[in-house]
Design a protein around this ligand. Structure first.
Ligand code: NAI
Length: 213
C-alpha cells in the first residue's frame, strides 16, 4: 500500500466508499467496475480510479473490484478495527443522541465513558453507560487511557476542557461544541462538526444560480 500522504478530499470520500461497499456486500454483489460504482455513488469513474490509485489501486483491468476485498482494505485504511477508546463529555440532548445512535464500534471506536457536570445527570445512565461526574475525569483517563473525546458541551467550556483533555493524553476530538478549537499540538486531530453548515450548503445549492452548482 502507498505511503504517500492522502489528500483531505480523498480521505473524506473513504467513509462513503466504505458505506456503499457495505450495501453491495449485503446485496451479495461480488465484484463491481469503477463505472458501476461511480453510477451508484454519483461520482465519475475516473474520480474513483484516481482515489483508489492513492493507495496503490485495487482493481484489475477487465474485472473491476472485488467488493469484500476493497471494503476490507478501505476499512483498514480507516482503522475500523482499531478499537480506540472514546469518551463523551456533555450528556445533554445532543450527547445522549450521539451516545445512543452512533455506532462507535463499527467505526473503530469504543465508547467507554460519559461525563457531565450537572449533578442531576450524574448517576443516571445513557446508552448503557453511567454518566460520571467531571471530577472523576482525570482518574478515569489515567486508568483507561481514552484517545478520543466527543465534545457535546456549550462552546464557552470547549477550549478549556480540550486543553485539559490534551494534558490527560487525548489526541482526537470529535467536536460538536460550535467552537473551532485552537490546538497547537500537531499530534492532536480535531474534527469539527457543524450540522448547520451542512444545512447552509444545502440552502446555497438550492438558491445559487445553476452555473455555480
Ligand atoms: P444541552 O444543554 O442539552 O447539553 C449540554 C450538556 O453539557 C449539559 O448536560 C451540561 O450539564 C453539560 N456541560 C456543560 N458544561 C460542561 C462542562 N464544562 N463539562 C461537562 N459537561 C458540561 O445542550 P445540547 O442541545 O446537547 O447541545 C450541546 C452543545 O452542542 C451546544 O453547544 C450546542 O450548541 C451544540 N450543538 C451542536 C450541533 C452541531 O451540529 N455541532 C448541533 C446541536 C447542538
Amino acid at each position: 500500500m502507498s505511503k504517500q500522504p492522502i489528500s483531505t478530499p480523498v480521505i473524506r470520500r473513504l467513509p462513503r466508499y466504505y458505506r456503499f461497499l457495505g450495501d453491495l456486500e449485503r446485496e451479495q454483489v461480488e465484484r463491481i467496475s469503477s463505472r458501476e460504482l461511480a453510477q451508484r455513488m454519483g461520482l465519475s469513474a475516473s474520480q474513483i480510479r484516481q482515489d483508489f490509485n492513492c493507495f496503490g489501486g485495487f482493481g484489475q483491468q477487465g474485472y473491476g473490484y472485488n467488493v469484500t476485498e476493497l471494503r476490507e482494505i478501505i476499512g483498514e485504511i480507516l482503522g475500523v478495527k482499531s478499537n480506540t477508546g472514546c469518551i463523551l463529555i456533555g450528556a445533554g440532548n445532543l450527547g445522549k443522541a450521539i451516545a445512543a445512535h452512533v455506532d462507535f464500534e463499527k467505526r473503530g471506536c469504543r465508547l467507554i465513558g460519559i461525563f457531565d457536570c450537572d449533578p442531576l445527570l450524574v448517576g443516571t445512565s445513557t446508552a448503557g453507560l453511567p454518566i460520571m461526574p467531571l471530577e472523576t475525569l482525570d482518574r478515569f483517563c489515567e486508568e483507561h487511557h481514552p484517545q478520543v473525546a466527543v465534545l457535546c458541551i456549550p462552546k464557552d467550556a470547549a477550549q478549556q476542557l480540550a486543553d485539559k483533555l490534551i494534558s490527560l493524553g487525548l489526541i482526537g476530538f470529535w467536536n460538536f461544541s460550535h467552537y473551532d478549537l485552537r490546538i497547537t499540538d500537531p499530534h492532536v486531530i480535531v474534527e469539527n462538526v457543524h450540522l448547520g453548515d451542512s444545512l447552509m450548503t444545502l440552502a446555497y445549492c438550492m438558491h445559487a444560480p445553476s452555473e455555480q452548482k
